[in-house]
Design a protein around this ligand. Structure first.
Ligand code: WT7
Length: 659
């Protein structure tokens, strides 16, 4: 089998020579016991008590795992806890009031530090304000904010009162916001007037106004004034100013609501294989225990560290590894607003230097950019505080991996390549940096307690080096419990393909292809479904296609990813127009781009739009996406005899050639 990245057709899976973590790292690592894998297996599922023990429970759980209704697993049942209490209050009680919780670096050099005490005050006041607006336990609150401190504050305020949050990435469009609010019946929204994007003040409130118009229900909206005089705005009906609310509730405290371990902590919409985004449900106990455990064991986070994950909190990475994991452990978490190349290409290294960052976690696409920009940028700064580096979101090949270790990690820092997904909640595959050797190009083995298997169509384990489907054979605490309002879809999408319910065997399918070596190290190759990963951001080809086919004059569209392995994936849209290919298509091209940006956001803008009189189809009329992908990637096309319209292939290739 082959996958979207074109691997697996004669190309070998490249991993570099093994590298060992330095003794100085191992000696201080949170987890350095080589028996940890065996112990987890022997004690499974009780091994997960280690994760639960990192948290403070209001009521102890009765059972670690209840699995009588697979694939609907329940973890730490009977236990009660509050996530905000775990991420804030208990650190105050432990005498760490003045310890920095969040260090924020703004786009224009602004800096703010929230101690745990400051965070406690902010979260309590905003929780009181939300309650006053009518938010009750289990009401979904949508948060549509860029990377400003009010974003984690709002999340934790929701968690405090037991209201699940649904954070929508600030760069998504008003349509995307409205769709998500509608799907979650969310009547509360926390947003801002605007924010800075590419140096300009960008009007977020305008998008919110459009989204509210599209919704059938009323929405109580809190607006953070981010831009002040730069973007004056007027508050309308059912709109409140965040800072006014904070003042009104100054000094207020709200008792953290004791939540059942299985109660929803948050919803995170992500792209699936259909046109509709899926609301992935994460719970309070299992999720928090798992992100705290992996922050401890994989990212080696300690309370005295300054830890930085450069992702956006609008996606799962930021939820798990900027907010919940690090704060549960009481560490200092850095968040930054902006981009790695503004004001200059050393922005990140300047932040590492100034904050003496110990652990740094970023995306392979960023590492590839650093490598392209050159080592002079990291060299401008003192990065000697760094102890561990990590990546997430996409495969990282040996060259950028080695460059990262060499030029950012001074050749010393272990690098963890962590594989996980919105649905897995927390890291499932990585080396343990205090235990395992690293193989550049391979993420590593399944973590202790995680039963990762790479299997073929029939469900048999593939031989080392062969490519198969990446699956997980046992449940884990941080797993999604279901899709919001979609139990059946959850079962179908993730559990149906490789499970055998009659035999009582349940297996989670990730949607990824992978290879596994003799040592159980997994190299993840990419998606095998209609999801594309663009710079670590997940997009549905169907969602983009439906935005394109909405355009007047468009007959059909097929969207694929083009990935060279060294640069970010590009979005290729093949479009056939009504009346066939003809002049005037440039206008259509512009409308297509506009429509995609309106429906989803600029992150989904096609890099290339290829017009073709027809799309290549099988005799039964199915679009041959595989072929379109091969064309985009310049790969060998193989056998095209199954096509109803083989002549179209040459025309498409010619159209691309002219581009
Ligand atoms: C997809 C999940 C989990 C946070 C980021 C994205 C890809 C993730 C790796 C890795 C190769 C990776 C997979 C996965 N992916 N980490 N270390 N190596 N691929 O979360 O948006 O849910 O996307 O990202 O294809 O299925 P997401």
């Amino acid at each position: 089998m082959a996958n979207r990245n074109g691997w697996g057709r004669g190309r070998s899976v490249p991993t570099g020579s093994p590298q060992v973590p330095p003794d100085s790292f191992v000696e201080q690592a949170n987890v350095a016991d080589e028996d940890v894998y065996a112990t987890f297996d022997e004690e499974w599922p009780a091994c997960w008590e280690r994760a639960a023990d990192l948290l403070s429970w209001d009521r102890p759980y009765d059972a670690v795992l209840e699995d009588d209704d697979p694939p609907f697993y329940r973890w730490f049942t009977g236990g009660r806890l509050n996530a905000a209490y775990n991420c804030v209050d208990r650190h105050l009680e432990a005498g760490r009031k003045t310890h920095a919780a969040i260090r924020w670096e703004g786009k224009h050099g602004e800096r703010e530090t929230y101690t745990y005490r400051d965070l406690y005050v902010a979260v309590n006041e905003f929780a009181a304000a939300l309650r006053d607006l009518g938010v009750e336990e289990d009401d979904v609150v949508t948060i549509y904010l860029p990377m400003i401190p009010e974003l984690p504050i709002a999340m934790l305020a929701c968690a405090r009162i037991g209201a699940p949050h649904s954070v929508v990435f600030a760069g998504l469009s008003s349509d995307a916001l409205a769709t998500r609010m509608d799907a979650a019946d969310s009547e509360y929204l926390v947003t801002c007037d605007g924010y800075y994007r590419r140096g300009d003040a960008f009007n977020q409130k305008g998008k919110v106004d459009n989204a509210r118009l599209a919704l059938e229900h009323e929405v109580e909206t809190v607006v953070v004034d981010r831009l002040g005089d730069e973007l004056p705005h007027v508050l309308g009906e059912r709109e409140w100013d965040y800072h006014d609310l904070r003042e009104e509730f100054a000094g207020a405290t709200v008792d953290p609501v004791s939540r059942d371990a299985e109660d929803m902590l948050f919803l995170m919409y992500t792209s699936g294989t259909t046109g509709e985004p899926k609301g992935v449900v994460h719970t309070t106990g299992g999720y928090l225990a798992h992100v705290a455990w992996t922050s401890h064991a994989v990212l080696d986070v300690e309370p005295e560290d300054t830890y930085w994950c450069s992702a956006d909190i609008g996606w799962i990475t930021g939820h798990s590894y900027i907010v919940y994991g690090p704060l549960a452990l009481g560490t200092t978490t850095v968040m930054y607003e902006g981009t790695p190349d503004y004001p200059d290409r050393d922005r990140l290294w300047e932040i590492v230097d100034r904050n003496a960052v110990d652990v740094f976690y970023t995306a392979p696409t960023a590492v590839r950019a650093f490598m392209k920009w050159g080592e002079e940028y990291p060299e401008r700064h003192d990065l000697s505080s760094l102890r561990l580096l990590g990546t997430v979101g996409e495969p990282i090949s040996p060259r950028p991996w080695n460059w990262y270790r060499e030029h950012v990690g001074d050749g010393e820092c272990p690098v963890v390549d962590t594989w996980w997904q919105t649905e897995t909640g927390a890291i499932l595959i990585s080396t343990l940096p205090g235990v395992d050797e690293m193989k550049p190009g391979a993420a590593g083995p399944g973590l202790p307690g995680i039963d990762v298997q790479v299997i073929d169509e029939r469900g048999e384990a593939v031989d080392p080096g062969q490519i198969g489907y990446l699956t997980v054979g046992r449940p884990w605490p941080g797993m999604a419990r279901t899709l919001y309002g979609g139990d059946d879809q959850y079962r179908e999408e993730y559990w149906k393909r490789f499970s055998d319910p009659d035999a009582g065997e349940w297996r989670y399918f990730s949607g990824d292809a992978a290879a596994i070596d003799e040592d159980g190290y997994v190299t993840v190759l990419g998606r095998v479904d209609d999801v594309i990963n663009v710079s670590g951001r997940r997009l549905s080809t169907m969602e983009i296609e439906s935005a394109i086919t909405d355009v007047e004059g468009v007959a059909e569209a097929a969207v694929v990813g083009r990935s060279s392995g060294t640069t970010a994936t590009e979005i290729y849209a093949y479009v056939s127009t009504e009346g066939g290919f003809g002049p005037g298509d440039d206008a259509v091209r512009e409308t297509i781009v506009d429509n995609v940006e309106t429906a989803i956001g600029p992150i989904a803008t096609p890099d290339t739009v290829v017009f073709t009189p027809e799309l290549p189809k099988t005799r039964s009329g199915k679009i041959m996406r595989r072929l379109l992908e091969d064309i985009a990637n310049g790969d060998d096309l193989g056998d095209t005899s199954a096509l109803r319209n083989p002549e179209i292939v040459g025309e498409i290739q010619a159209a691309i050639g002219e581009d």
